[in-house]
Write a protein that binds this ligand. Structure first.
Ligand code: FES
Length: 67
């Protein structure tokens, strides 16, 4: 069991805390390119904007709403 938290877009190497500076997912993506490469972080970034949290369990059940 991996207890490491998901806290960044690995592809552009920006933390969710850094991406939180933008107004919303769309502007964060437009300005940084987050979520465009592997797209693996997209549900996490959306959940970050919805909740304000910046680190998540890899299998956070709330992610289902943001797939
Ligand atoms: S981790 Fe964000 S696009 Fe790959």
């Amino acid at each position: 069991m991996c207890d490491e938290k998901v806290n960044r877009c690995e592809c552009i190497n920006k933390t969710f805390a850094q991406l939180k500076e933008f107004a919303d997912f769309e502007s964060a993506q437009a300005k940084t390119g987050c979520g465009l490469e592997c797209e693996g972080c997209v549900p996490y970034v959306k959940l970050m904007f919805a909740t304000g949290e910046t680190a998540f369990d890899i299998d956070d059940p709330r992610l289902a709403a943001y797939q």
